[in-house]
Design a protein. Sequence first.
Length: 432
Amino acid sequence: MYVSDCISINESGHLTIGGADTVELAKEYGTPAYVFDENEIRKNLRAFKNSMDEYYGGNGLAVYASKAFCCKEMCRICMQEGTGIDVVSGGELYTALSVDFPAEKIVFHGNNKTYDELVMAVSNNVGRIVVDNVYELETLSKIAAQQGKTAGIMFRIKPGIDAHTHDFIKTGQIDSKFGFALETGEAMEVIKKAVNMPNIKLRGLHCHIGSQIFDIDPFELAATVMLDLFKSVKDETGIELEELNLGGGFGIKYLESDCPRPYAEYMKNVSKVVKEYSEKLGLKMPFVIIEPGRSVVGAAGITLYTVGAVKEIPDIRTFVSVDGGMGDNPRYALYHADYEVVCANKANEERNTVVTVAGKCCESGDLIQEDTKLQAVEAGDILAVLSTGAYNYSMASNYNRIPRLPVIMVKDGKSRVVVKRETYEKITENDI
Ligand SMILES: *Cc1c(COP(=O)(O)O)cnc(C)c1O
C-alpha cells in the first residue's frame, strides 16, 4: 500500500506522512489539502545532486523541473540543496527570482516563450535559455543586442526516441511541437546560425525524451544520439559544444505494482555511456545537466479529502465523492493517471471494497480514480490519494470557482502552511 518511504501508519491506525498524522492534519488545516514531506523532497534532490558529483565528478548540474510543483518554498528548498531550477514560463521564472534564486542556475524552457518572457530572462541574466525554434533564436538575439548582453542558450533537439510512455507525455519524436529535428538537418542548420550570432553564446544541446519512463535504455540511447550530433557539429564547424542536457522523465511509483529503477542506477549507467561514447568520438567530456521533476516531488506529496456522498448503484458501481476533484487533480481526467487511494482514518483496515472516487465538479469525467481498492468508507472519513506531489498543484484550476488547495509542508512530524488556501475574495479579485 505504501508507495513512498515517507508514508506510514501510526498506533491509532491513521495514515502518516513525514511522521505527521494525516487525520490530525485534516482537522487542523481542513480539506481538501495537499501535504508534502520536506525531508523526502530534500532526500530526492540530494540523491540527484550527489549522483552528479559521484558519476560526473561534479562536472554537471541537477536542475529541478519546477513545473512539477512550483511555489516559493520549493524554490528555497532547491536553493538550499544547491540544485538548479528549470522554468517554463514567466510565472515560474518570477517565482524563482522572487526568492533570489541564482539566475545562472536557472534553465528556461518552452516551445513558445513570449517576447516579454524572453526580455525578462535576458534582463535577469538567466544562465541557459533553451531555444526551441528559429523565430525564438532571432527574437532572443535582438533582445540580447538591445540590452548589450550575450544570452547563454542551448537548443532543444528531438532525438527521435520512443520512450514507451503514454502518448500525451511523449515528446522525443519528430512529430512533436518541441524542438529541432535531427534527421531533416534542421538542428545542424540552426546550430550553424547561432554560432555566428554575436549576442548569443551556444552552451550546448538539450533533449527531453518523455516522462514517467521506467527503462534506462532510452536515456542511454538519447545520450549517444546527442553525442553523435556534438561530433557532427565539431566536424562541420570546428566548435566543440560544452554542455549536454539530458532532460528529466524518471518514473515514480504511483501504484504498488510500479517498479521504477533506482535513480542512482540511471545516473550510473547513463554517465558510463556519456563517458565512453565521448571518448570513442574523440570529444571532451561535456558538462552534463539533468532535469528531474516528478521524481523529486511526486511521491513526496499526497492529497487529503473528506468523503461526502457515497452513492451505491446496484450491480454497477459505488461512487465515493470527495470535497475536491479535477480542479486539484486533473490527471485522471487528462490521461487516466493511476493513483492509490487510502482511507486515512482506517489505514490499518483492509482495502476490501472496489469503488470509484469522484470529485465535486460538474463534469462526469471528474474522477480521481475508477474501480480502485478502498476500505469501506462513509461520509466524514478522510481519504488520502498518494503520490500527488507532481503535476497536481501545478495543474490545478478554479473550475466551478472552487478555491485552490493549500499546500502543507511536514518536516519531522511538524507541519506548516507554505501555500495558503485560496479564498472566494481571491477568486473574484480580478473581476470588474
Ligand atoms: C517536464 C520536463 C522535465 C521534467 O520531467 P519529469 O518527468 O517531471 O521529470 C524536464 N525537462 C523538460 C524540458 C521538461 O519539459
